[in-house]
Design a protein around this ligand. Structure first.
Ligand code: ADP
Ligand code: MG
Length: 358
């Protein structure tokens, strides 16, 4: 394989093994003393996929990532990369690079030296190094920044340098552990878009992204597929719309979006707040829709939309969001205590498994 320019060195031509998952975790377990951090995880991630591990703090996301990287050894189970069992293989012998949240750059080195550091350690000649560093700085949109020092950069720019530092090694798998967690909301949203663009730019040369976050919105906007973690186990794996629209368990329904679970005739089901129409109690029902009546217990005006909490006459409570086409903050204040009817299409209702584990 040629090693002159970055695109070629990045080209991981799968050797007729397109259907082999890039990452395969089999019955993976890891404990720290009494704490079971990863409790039997099975997972397959396809080459070039943007795959997210989503879950609350302490649910085992970082440990899973560290097991993939090789920084931890599992108590049992198997880690396969590109079809090869690497469970006992050292981190530096795995074709994997990690970007952490505290992306500590070397402060005394320039951006270019930081990005090229790994190549220098590997003994890549100076000229080639320079070419590859320039190429990844272009990809992360920092061309011409090679001679700056980290202190001369903003937080978002430093995060891009950290990303460039991982990309320059042309790993087959890039592991990202809450890489945007230290950034403020606006910058984080910009970087989410940037990361997706970067992933698309390198997708034809095949880098698989495994992304860890506790932020459901981030997971929904960025991922091809995601796995929802709870207490060391995976509750559901699917595309964002699948997991959001059809949560398999009560935990998933509550963790992603608003928990809107009610029980009718012994069945528990969920319906998303934006699928519910809220009307005055006197309005006529649209035929075929599910109808519930109740009383508005709480109203919150959120600018773009208003969020209503409605106590249902037949038990339980539902959250409804309504886009603010006409209503004003004043209207919303007056809505508290009002009798309403809620309607939604039957196909927007999903039965959920109360016990939990998928
Ligand atoms: P997450 O990344 O989802 O927040 P972690 O994988 O970091 O979760 O942690 C899962 C559980 O394992 C937590 O209860 C955490 O306290 C525990 N844990 C993680 N790493 C260690 C460690 N090195 N020593 C002891 N306990 C740990
Ligand atoms: Mg973590």
């Amino acid at each position: 394989m040629a090693t002159q320019a970055l695109p070629e060195t990045l080209a991981h031509v799968p050797e007729g093994a397109a259907d082999t998952p890039d990452i395969r975790l089999v019955e993976l377990r890891k404990s720290y003393g009494d704490v079971v951090a990863v409790d039997g995880v099975d997972l397959e991630i396809a080459p070039g996929e943007f795959f997210t591990l989503l879950g609350p703090s302490g649910s085992g996301k970082t440990t899973t990532l560290r097991l993939i990287a090789g920084f931890e050894r599992p108590d049992s189970g198997r880690v396969e990369l590109h079809g090869r069992d690497v469970t006992r293989v050292a981190p530096y012998e795995r074709d994997v690079n990690t970007v952490f949240q505290d992306y500590a750059l070397f402060p005394h080195m320039t951006v270019g030296e930081n990005v090229g550091y790994g190549l220098r350690v590997k003994g890549v000649p100076r000229r080639e190094r320079r070419g590859r560093v320039d190429e990844v700085l272009r990809i992360v949109r920092l061309p011409g920044y090679a001679d700056r020092k980290p202190v001369q950069l903003s937080g978002g720019q430093r995060q891009r340098v950290a990303l460039a530092r991982a990309l320059v090694n042309s790993p087959r798998v890039l592991l990202l552990d809450e890489p945007l967690g230290a950034l403020d909301l606006k910058l984080r949203q910009e970087m989410q878009v940037e990361l997706k663009r970067i992933q698309r730019e390198v997708s034809d040369i095949g880098i698989t992204f495994v992304y860890v976050t506790h932020d459901q919105e981030e997971a929904l906007t960025m991922s091809d597929r995601l796995a929802v973690f709870n207490a060391g186990r995976i509750e559901q794996i699917g595309a964002p719309e699948e997991v959001y629209e059809r949560p398999a368990t009560e935990f998933v329904a509550g963790f992603i979006g608003v928990s809107n679970v009610i029980e009718r005739d012994g069945r528990r089901f969920t319906v998303r707040p934006e699928k519910i129409n809220i009307l005055d109690a006197g309005d006529d029902a649209t035929t075929g829709d599910t109808v519930e009546t109740g009383r508005v217990r709480n109203v919150v005006y959120v600018g773009m939309f208003t969020r209503y909490t409605v106590e249902l006459d037949t038990g339980g409570e539902l959250t409804v969001v309504k886009q603010n086409l006409e209503s004003s903050p004043r209207d919303t204040l007056e809505a508290t205590g009002k009798r309403v009817r809620l309607e939604w299409r039957p196909e927007h209702t999903y039965a959920i498994d109360p016990g939990g584990r998928a």
